[in-house]
Write a new protein. Structure first.
Length: 346
């Protein structure tokens, strides 16, 4: 009897060891990082992950690959998929963008907005049929847009939603224009956006602002694109339409604008403290410019960052870079210190 018990115990231990080995060597859906952003306290990041390397004999459907919404520590350690988000076959298109609010992780997928509290199932909170969205600095409201380049009949207003309930607060810009690039004031009471001609690609009508309920619509500047409301609410940054592309500032209530920096390719956003703006130069370098002085500091040379997101403390940026179909993620100090790579599929 004792021998039988001993033999059973040995077999059980062998099975457990084999399971442990299989688990430790299993392929992770969090290997390749896409669209990372910070948690509200700056201690973690959330992103959409996929396995790497890709299967040697992938299916024809590009979404038949192991993938998940993942979290990791801010230094890239302890990467793991969130429960209820893992998929490996006939998956939906990846969600984008992500915003981690106090109420949970909010993201857009197939035109719908979801909120995900780690450990719980994702909850759809709105169906705006949107292609992109932004949240205000305090995380209470969301602004969505419907237009994307090449879309016919996508003219639609910017829609402002309550970030908690998903209820529509208001719509701004009307249905005759492609109202794009919305940016909310810090308290969510106003929205800035760019109306473009729906029947004449490339023709724009400047920067406009409106109350969140759609009222008090007015033109802020006659020529400009990509408005970004400052964290304090007093200024709006935008890019001029001339060449070279110039990042400009204007009082949110209207007035005279001033040039801040030239040769801008992409504007990533204001630092939460309102002192700096991150952007990509025309030569593909990630840089920050001081709002007070206009002094520019180069950070990555040249890396061609696809996304760059400020940390809650305004001390660094989380940059996502793609090279040869492989994403790498970097923590980049805003003071110019050496960046640290926290993930790479290589």
């Amino acid at each position: 009897m004792f021998r039988r018990v001993l033999l059973a115990a040995v077999v059980l231990l062998a099975l457990l060891a084999a399971t442990s080995r299989a688990s430790s060597s299993s392929i992770s859906p969090c290997r390749q990082v896409n669209q990372p952003t910070w948690s509200p306290d700056g201690q973690q990041i959330v992103y959409y992950g996929t396995r790497w390397p890709k299967p040697s004999h992938p299916h024809r459907n590009p979404n038949d690959i192991l993938q998940a919404i993942c979290t990791a520590n801010a230094d890239g350690t302890n990467a793991q998929p969130l429960r209820y988000t893992v998929c490996s076959e006939n998956c939906l298109d990846p969600p984008s963008p992500f915003v981690w609010l106090q109420s949970g992780i909010v993201y857009l997928r197939s035109g719908d907005i979801f909120r995900l509290v780690p450990g719980s199932k994702p909850q759809r909170i709105a169906r705006p049929k949107a292609v992109s969205f932004v949240a205000n600095a305090t995380g209470t409201r969301i602004a969505t847009e419907k237009y994307y380049p090449g879309c016919q009949g996508c003219a639609a207003p910017v829609t402002i939603l309550d970030a908690q309930s998903g209820a529509v607060v208001g719509k701004a810009g009307g249905k005759k224009f492609d109202n794009v690039n919305p940016s909310l004031s810090p308290d969510g009471s106003q929205v800035a956006f760019e109306p473009d001609a729906s029947n004449n690609p490339g023709k724009t009508y400047g920067i406009w602002t409106a109350n969140a309920n759609g009222g008090h619509l007015r033109q802020l500047v006659k020529s400009g694109q990509q408005p970004l409301w400052s964290p304090a609410g007093g200024k709006i940054a935008y890019t001029g339409t001339g060449y070279p592309v110039t990042l400009r500032l204007i009082p949110a209530g209207g007035g005279k604008s001033r040039a801040l920096v030239r040769n801008v390719a992409t504007v990533f956003g204001w630092s939460p403290d309102g002192k700096s703006i991150a952007f990509e130069t025309s030569k593909g370098k990630l840089a920050v410019v001081s709002v007070a002085t206009g002094k520019v500091r180069g950070l990555l040379h040249p890396r061609n960052a696809q996304t760059a997101v400020w940390s809650p403390a305004s001390s660094e940026l989380l940059a996502n870079i793609v090279s040869k179909n492989c994403w790498s993620t970097w923590r980049v100090p805003a003071n110019g210190s050496a960046p640290t790579r926290i993930s790479s599929c290589h």
